[in-house]
Write a protein that binds this ligand. Sequence first.
Ligand code: WT7
Length: 664
Amino acid sequence: MGDDDVELEARLAEQDVFEPSEAFVEQANVADDAIYEEFEENWPECWQAAADLLSWDDDYDTVLDDSNPPFYEWFTGGELNASANCLDRHLDERGDEAAIEWVGEPVEEDDRTYTYAELHREVNEFAAALRDLGVGEDDVVTMYMPMIPELPIAMLACARIGAPHSVVFAGFSADALATRMNAADSEYLITCDGYYRRGDPLDHLQKANEGLAGVDHEVEATVVVDRLGPNGDGFGHDLKGTQHDYGDLVAANQGAEVDPVARDAEDMLFLMYTSGTTGQPKGVKHTTGGYLSWAAWTSQAVLDIEPDDTYFCSADIGWITGHSYIVYGPLALGTTTVMYEGTPDHPDKDRLWQIVDEYEATQLYTAPTAIRAFMKWGSEYPERHDLSSLRLLGTVGEPINPRAWKWYYKHIGNEQCPIVDTWWQTETGGMMVTTLPGVKDMKPGSAGPPLPGVDARIVDTEGEEVGAGRAGYLTVQKPWPGMLRTLYRNDERYIEEYWAEYSDTDSDDPDEWVYFPEDGAKIDDDGYITVLGRVDDVINVSGHRLGTMEIESAIVGVEGVAEAAVVGGDHEVKGEAVYAYVITEEGHAGDDDLRERIVAGVENAIGPIARPEQVIFTPELPKTRSGKIMRRLLEDIANGEELGDTSTLRNPEIVEEIRVQVQD
Ligand code: WT7
């Protein structure tokens, strides 16, 4: 530990409440505490404030239609287009201002700025091209792309013609791509030849092509962006048949204008697949009016975004954070959004600070896993740069421990920037629990109170509210505009996954319906919520959600494996890491060869993010007398913790055997 850290420790360690600076409060978008009461009294009409941030082609009649819970509808009767809201309406005032600052991997020095006028132009041209390819309203277009500008361009082009997008994280495997295209019956794919990772070109089209081979219906067209130029020629890809070059398509449509299609507020804007308890990913459906107003309102109220800002979120657009807080929220507000390709430690561990410095970023929104890595690398990296442009910091994705919070506060924010620790999910569309930075004090480790108008409560297994300090389950007891509307083509699973636990599912009374996000949490006397983590079989690796079942089925698919159980174990940087307990088949040794094949099997089925940290071979798994695997015990073993009562096990002796192996 450096002297610096010692000093920080001493001064900040004891402090558990932090006030936002006066300078911040004075300019904050929301600075009046009265908003909490106002929204409560005026619910659901209070959400007109969110809808008012958008431009509507046709006014809505009703704020909330809750006649058929949990199939809530927001801003019904209204019509709007998301692309027009993110582009066209800014042209007069901000046409020459930067919409996207793209920071490419520093291979070719090819950072790009898109002004609103330029972005509008390219979105129009690509929208025209998509139409020519046959994409119609409501056709789901899949995007399998890394952090290149053509990704948000493609998203906005789809939004313009009313075609919902389904973005698949580029780090996911070919199999994962095929599963998602199949689940959505998606007949169009937009991808690229490759991209750079730590300076080296990576063949992405090969993975995309493998994925396409696993699609069980006809694919009408694939569009390929040439990201690598001559550096990609070595991969030897030829586009044939229904594959088209993005650059050619845009050039052929030069100057084209496409009228934004007026979409019903409740029409689908996009699908996003996320991991759940079962092996099959869930297709979360988000709408045009509710989602976009939620993304815009939270961007303004929580991230304090104003048009003149240069806002930087370091997430990947392949996840919901990037959808809501790189693309839709910031662009709806007409600000400059920074997107970067690559990783925070290449070419050096000051990559993010170099970007903040160069672009004079005013906000930084990142994840606790990144902050823990920065902390480990040391404060000399941020100290190389001028970070004084920053006004606000944010985190998302997993709980942040107070030590990491304080490091972020001091070394990045210079004790001047409020930190918003934002709890939300793919399903919520945007932020739900966090401090309003100009209004509330901050408590490191606790996300904060629910946002105004959000009715989040902590309950016990019976659904009764628990008192301050006691652990319980986080619930949301009233609908909100940004909420998912259903799981795509699976209303039944939507009810089962999110509502069945605490609702009277036979009732038409919305008060009887309670949303359950499957997180544990506790609340303090001031109403601040501390999120404790998932209570289902989902683990959170570096802020990314992975279903243990998905990983288990990948492992069981490897030759020589009989059974597998996957749990999350604590990890210093990643938060949680994958621990796989594996039983081999008769005649197969639990050796390094099998271990390697298991790791490869998981990478092929899901992607490198799901790679097991440890593969532990065991003759048996600890099971209850009824045959259920005792995951808790496996977690305790992974974490080297004291083991609780094992007497209910059918095979208690196995526990010690496994433990010895993990410790080796
Ligand atoms: C799960 C949602 C929200 C976008 C990124 C992840 C966990 C998220 C926090 C936070 C504690 C958090 C929860 C949640 N989570 N933010 N600030 N504090 N936990 O989206 O992949 O849908 O995952 O991430 O467990 O349920 P996601």
